[in-house]
Design a protein around this ligand. Structure first.
Ligand SMILES: NC(=O)c1ccc[n+]([C@@H]2O[C@H](COP(=O)([O-])OP(=O)(O)OC[C@H]3O[C@@H](n4cnc5c(N)ncnc54)[C@H](O)[C@@H]3O)[C@@H](O)[C@H]2O)c1
Ligand SMILES: O=c1ccn([C@@H]2O[C@H](COP(=O)(O)OP(=O)(O)O[C@H]3O[C@H](CO)[C@@H](O)[C@H](O)[C@H]3O)[C@@H](O)[C@H]2O)c(=O)[nH]1
Length: 353
């Protein structure tokens, strides 16, 4: 039995599905601060609790005889962490300490921790390996790194095996009708691109086009959530027990502009875009060296640019079939105030269209 903390969130609900698909039993604990119980199958044991409540956690671990915990619950936004750092240190550092303590007391064998590429900060090399320096530039990245340190310290001293999986930019499988289902609109790039494609958002804000990259926009390593889940399941079955930290990325960098252009090509229409100032906490470029994960037999199956962008196209198609009949192109015609994506002037970018 695997207990998934934060299992009602974006990655969590995909991981629950991956468990079901592979015959792995699982249960979820989540305080629903950013998740939805409705997105989980009814027969999955669900406990509404905060990870900082050690007594509740211990009771759940004991009653289900849990041997593996996948710890996803966290505050997850780089930009929000700059505005509210304590929220991040409370949940991500103290919450992880409480989860680890409960695991130790209840005899859990393996704790798999959802860490992040944000622990590396501004990389000194094009690709980062697990041994690259960790100099996070946001409270989010620092909080996730501090939690890694707690877990590696425990692993050296106690019976609990811990591994930090450093997820790069997870994409795909977003909730379509976020407002109807009560999901908070995800801030992630691919989610925002999908919203603009559906007409749920009038235009895409591109945060900075003056970075030192080939086209001026940020570069990220996007990994499809299904590929991510297969890596988590590999670790949950002991396939990464000799590692203490692992990069989980596809291993290729894609810029914001390349994502937008590929989405436009797929959909056959322009995405309205506005260039905004750089977003605090963003780094210009970060790409995984995922060689260690590959040597364990993992390969990304769904994380190529066409696959990632195909999602936007497929979702638009799904939306056309199931919802109010709005078509992407019609949506564009109804919102003509930002006619051409890349050519907005500094003046036009200063105010909303
Ligand atoms: N999405 C990404 O691109 C990405 C990349 C790197 C790392 N990660 C990490 O993966 C994990 C999951 O991310 P996500 O994108 O699914 O985020 P999410 O916000 O969709 O999911 C997090 C879940 O944790 C729950 N939660 C938050 N605080 C809690 C608390 N105190 N007690 C119990 N539950 C709580 C929320 O309700 C939510 O359901 C996080 O640890 C995040 O740092 C995500
Ligand atoms: O509407 C948007 C959204 C994003 N971006 C840009 O797209 C890139 C990616 O941003 P986003 O999708 O928000 O992801 P990150 O800020 O890179 O952070 C994600 O990826 C990290 C790992 O790299 C995780 O730790 C975080 O939890 C997760 O939010 C950045 O350059 C953003 O400035 C835009 O230009 N417009």
């Amino acid at each position: 039995m695997i207990l998934i903390t934060g299992g009602a969130g974006y990655i969590g609900r995909h991981l629950v599905q991956a468990c079901i698909d592979t015959g792995q039993s699982c249960a979820v604990v989540d305080d629903l601060s950013n998740g939805s119980h409705d997105s989980l199958p009814q027969d999955i044991p669900f406990f509404r609790a905060c990870i900082s409540d050690g007594t509740a956690l211990r009771g759940i671990l004991r009653s289900l005889q849990v041997k593996t915990v996948v710890h996803l619950a966290a505050r997850t936004s780089v930009s929000e962490s700059i505005e509210m750092p304590m929220k991040y240190y409370d949940t991500n550092v103290n919450g992880t300490r409480v989860v680890a303590t409960a695991c130790l007391v209840e005899g859990v064998s393996r704790l798999i921790y959802a860490s992040t590429a944000a622990v590396y900060g501004v990389p000194a090399t094009r690709e980062v390996t697990e041994d690259s320096p960790t100099t996070p530039v946001s409270p989010y990245g620092r909080s996730k790194l501090a939690a890694e340190w707690i877990l590696s310290g425990i692993a050296q001293a106690e019976q609990l095996r811990t591994i930090s999986l450093r997820f790069f930019n997870v994409a795909g499988g977003q909730v379509l009708n976020e407002t109807r289902t009560g999901h908070r609109a995800a801030p992630h790039l691919l989610a925002a691109v999908s919203r603009v494609a559906f007409g749920d958002q009038p235009y895409l804000e591109i945060f900075g086009d003056d970075y030192d990259t080939h086209d001026g926009t940020c570069i990220r390593d996007f990994i499809h959530v299904r590929d991510l889940c297969s890596a988590i399941l590999l670790a949950s079955k002991g396939g990464a027990d000799n590692e203490s930290r692992l990069n989980i990325g596809a291993g290729h960098g894609i810029s914001v502009r390349e994502i937008v252009s590929a989405a436009e090509n797929q959909i056959g229409a322009r995405l309205p875009c506005l260039i905004r100032p750089r977003r605090p906490g963003d780094v210009a470029s970060i790409v995984a060296n995922a060689q260690r994960l590959r040597t364990l037999g993992w390969r990304p199956q769904h994380s190529s640019l066409p696959d990632l962008i195909g999602l936007v196209r497929d979702l638009v198609g799904e939306r056309d079939d199931n919802y109010s009949g709005q078509k992407f192109v019609q949506t564009n015609i109804r919102r003509p105030r930002v006619p051409f994506p890349w050519h907005n002037t500094p003046d036009s970018a200063a105010s909303d269209p």
